[in-house]
Ligand binder design. Structure first.
Ligand code: CUA
Length: 316
């Protein structure tokens, strides 16, 4: 089944590479599978031959030299296969860039339990749970963590790398065609590890520039009286003590930046799509959607909730 427009294809993975580094890693995987399969077939054939062949007690007179088959199959063949695998691995490592060229886009990604803070330091952009990449240009991902060890992994674009607290690991990736992909935390980090997803959007350079410009702008002013009331509910509810909405008094840290919340494809780190119904569920009781998260349920009357949703839904 095809994914909805603009959403990631859940069936694509590391064997559907969409960039040079990912392709090199996928090629290595296929080579290792082929070698492993060949080794297994040879081993199974020899085993079967040994089982069916009738032998007489004089086949192995005392003091006989070790069987040629053992030296060949037990020492020479594994040594050869391992040397070939090592050579292929070293070649793949050289194809995966370790340092970024000067024209690469710098992106800082901070892992939190259980979401991603995403910053474009050269463009004054802060967002969450969605990373945009220009097609055909390398990106330098500077990975770190605010709490425990997470692991950054966009399967279609390349290898995974740990996100360590108080340390920065650098991953250089490049995508050579546009697409929307799901990225997954690859290091067990607690209750909602499986729901620690990130949406990676690979887009043409012009679309990327337009997205950056949109994200850099402060939040739009509430357009309706309901949205204005919603902003007041947001302030009174203390939402701004954890969340930032740039251009408003809300400047909290610790939770995702909500300045352009409505422009994002998903909520709660790719746990649910960003629809009005799911946003309502999330705000009413985040633990119903994603048990264990830091955000408390909102204790609001229906009118206040509707106003708040109107405000949040307008943060494009
Ligand atoms: Cu973060 Cu697993």
């Amino acid at each position: 089944m095809a994914p909805p427009p603009g959403m990631p294809d859940p069936s694509s993975g590391a064997l559907d590479p969409q960039g040079p580094a990912a392709r090199a890693i996928a090629d290595l995987w296929w080579a290792m599978l082929a070698l492993g399969t060949a080794t297994f077939v040879v081993f199974a054939a020899v085993l079967v031959a040994g089982l069916v062949r009738r032998r007489s007690p004089t086949d192995h007179p005392p003091g006989d030299r070790p069987d040629r088959l053992i030296v060949l199959g037990g020492v020479a063949l594994p040594a050869l296969v391992l040397v070939v695998v090592m050579a292929l691995t070293v070649r793949t490592m050289r194809q995966v860039p370790g340092t970024a060229p000067a024209h690469a886009v710098a992106i800082e990604v901070v892992g939190h339990r259980w979401w991603y803070e995403v910053r474009y330091p050269d463009h004054g952009v802060v967002t969450a749970n969605e990373v945009h990449l220009p097609v055909g240009r390398p990106v330098e991902l500077r990975l770190t963590s605010a709490d425990v060890i997470h692991s950054f992994w966009i399967p279609v674009l390349g290898g995974k790398l740990d996100m360590l607290p108080e340390d920065v690991n650098t991953l250089v990736l490049e995508a050579d065609r546009p697409g929307v992909h799901r990225s997954q935390c690859a290091e067990f980090c607690g209750l909602q590890h499986a729901n620690m997803g990130l949406i990676a959007v690979v887009e043409a350079e012009a679309d990327f520039a337009e997205w950056l410009a949109g994200q850099r702008a402060p939040a739009v002013l509430p357009a309706s009286s309901a949205a204005r009331r919603g902003q007041a509910v947001f302030s009174a509810g203390g939402c701004g003590s954890c969340h930032t909405v740039r251009g408003t008094p809300a400047a909290g840290q610790g939770g995702p930046d909500l300045t352009h919340l409505a422009s994002r494809r998903t909520l709660a780190a790719a746990t649910v799509p960003n629809t009005p119904e799911d946003l309502a569920r999330w705000v009413r009781d985040p633990h119903e959607v994603k048990r264990g998260v830091a955000m408390p349920p909102a204790r609001l009357e229906e009118g206040e909730l509707a106003a708040l949703l109107s405000y949040l839904g307008g943060l494009r």
